[in-house]
Design a protein around this ligand. Structure first.
Ligand code: SAH
Ligand code: SF4
Ligand code: F3S
Length: 461
């Protein structure tokens, strides 16, 4: 694996400065997971480093970049739709540069489609191209030709990238890149390449900087944080990393995602129990409650093993809550398999579920499996799943009334005059308070709930 450090590209900055009469503006939109959102923040940082300003209206932009997600077909269709809508802008302003990057751009058939059917897309590069973006832009400008990179794997970690974070109080902190798990439905290992962990020292330095800047919530990112440390010279695992970060003094909380159940250890749960800075909430994607399907999915755990972990966490971490990802309609899913998923959901009692109807991804093993269930049947199963989940979650949310909790105030609420705060367990409470509280901690007395949303009152200290 290559270890690289970002350096400012003076030559590219000069090309850009001489091309634009006034400082150019970039519009950057990220789709998909937090990892991609964090990449989008780095893209913005790199663009600022070579003289771009940022804007949030495509009509004002000199450069439009879509940082894409390939995890489901729907995500890809949205991008093609949004790119298609830019054709007019390009006709009006031929100097406009339109780029597509991220996970979709790692797939040869997508790059080919962009090449052939979207001639107004000028720039295409994959997930490992961000540090080279200034050079690519300079090349596109000086040659006047489209710059479409072939998807390839770089197997590198680039440190010290400039970054322009979207929030001043919540930050994403990647601890590793890529995925080696090859769940049979999933495109991520093909587009994100092999697993690469960052050095603990680099993570710690970024973490300290965030805390010094006043960030209150740090979410550690990786497709499977539980395999953190593999391949590093230093012998370190994810729990060791958590313990290291928790030595940094300050009033902050740490979340992480995603924790793959096959590698979630008792040591990890003991660590969550012991460290005050760690949220007592675990996102533990199960995908299915059928052992047969878990095997077909290549998940490497059984329902019994998963339940052991949940029970152990419940025993060690008082009040711990769980959330999960579920796929409905994996190829060959029977009514019996599906009911096993419903059973599991009832047994665990998740605070939140992220549910997806299976989407066929070209190049993955599941794409070749028989899939006789109709979309209508899958959609009907999804409805039943959501009903089962809502029954539990709405009741569990309502049962929290009466408690006083500490929340991080995140945004304005839907009801005028209110704000939303997030609890340790990831639920959201709406309460009357001025917007100047956004980004601060607040004590809230919970008075009731509306569906999955808690309502409460600010406790004045
Ligand atoms: N690394 C994480 C998941 C990343 S993708 C993990 O292993 O848990 C986020 C979620 O998208 C997955 O958990 C899965 O539920 C869903 N997903 C991935 N591929 C999918 C597909 N082909 N169809 C439907 N959902 C999918
Ligand atoms: Fe996809 Fe599985 Fe890797 Fe998660 S662990 S990103 S679901 S292959
Ligand atoms: Fe999507 Fe890529 Fe993330 S495929 S879910 S943006 S890793």
């Amino acid at each position: 694996m290559e270890k690289l450090t970002y350096t400012h590209n003076e030559a590219a900055a000069k090309v850009l400065a001489s091309f634009y009469d006034t400082p150019p503006l970039a519009y950057v939109r990220s789709y998909g997971c937090q990892q991609n959102v964090n990449d989008g923040e780095k893209i913005k940082g790199v663009l600022q480093d070579v003289g771009f300003g940022l804007c949030d209206n495509v009509e004002h932009a000199d450069l439009i970049l879509f940082n894409t997600c390939a995890v489901r077909e729907h995500a890809e269709q949205r991008v093609f739709g949004n790119v298609g809508a830019l054709k007019k802008l390009k006709e009006q302003n031929p100097r406009l540069i339109i780029g597509v990057c991220g996970c979709m751009a790692q797939q040869a058939h997508i790059v080919e489609k962009l090449r052939q059917s979207y001639p107004y897309v000028d720039l295409v590069f994959g997930v490992d191209g961000i540090d080279r973006l200034p050079a690519m832009l300079a090349e596109r400008i000086s040659r006047g030709k489209r710059y479409l990179e072939k998807p390839e794997e770089r197997n590198a970690v680039v440190e010290e990238m400039p970054i322009r974070r979207d929030s001043g109080f919540r930050a994403w902190l990647p601890i590793m890149y890529g995925c080696d798990n090859f769940c049979t439905y999933c495109i991520v290992p093909y587009v994100r390449g092999r697993e690469r962990s960052r050095e603990p020292a680099a993570i710690l330095a970024e973490f300290k900087e965030l805390i010094a800047q006043g960030y209150k919530e740090i979410t550690l990112l990786g497709q499977n944080v539980n395999s953190y440390g593999k391949g590093l010279a230093e012998k370190v695992d994810f729990s060791d990393l958590l313990n290291l970060l928790c030595t940094v003094p300050g009033d902050y909380q740490i979340r992480f995602m995603t924790s793959h159940p096959k590698d979630a250890s008792r040591k990890l749960i003991d660590t969550i129990a012991a460290q005050e800075h760690l949220c007592k909430h675990i996102h533990l994607p199960v995908q299915s409650g059928s052992d047969r399907l878990l095997k077909e999915m290549n998940r490497h755990y059984t329902v019994a093993q998963y339940m052991d972990l949940v029970d152990y966490a419940r025993e060690k971490i008082p009040g711990v809550t769980f959330s999960s990802d579920i796929i409905v309609g994996f190829p060959g899913e029977t009514e019996e398999d599906f009911e096993a998923t419903l059973d599991l959901i009832r047994k665990v009692g998740y605070m939140q579920l992220f549910t997806f109807i299976y989407s066929k991804r070209t190049g993955t093993p599941a794409a070749k499996m028989d899939d006789p269930t109709t979309h209508a049947e899958k959609a009907a199963r999804m409805d039943r799943l959501l009903k089962t989940q809502d029954e539990f979650a709405f009741a569990a949310t309502a049962a929290m009334a009466g408690q006083t909790v500490r929340v991080l105030v995140e945004a304005a609420g839907r009801t005028p005059g209110t704000v939303n705060g997030r609890l340790d367990n990831n639920l959201v409470v709406e309460f009357q308070a001025p917007e100047c509280l956004i980004g601060q901690w607040a004590q809230v007395h919970l008075t009731g709930s509306r569906a999955a949303l808690l309502v409460g009152e600010l406790v004045r200290e």
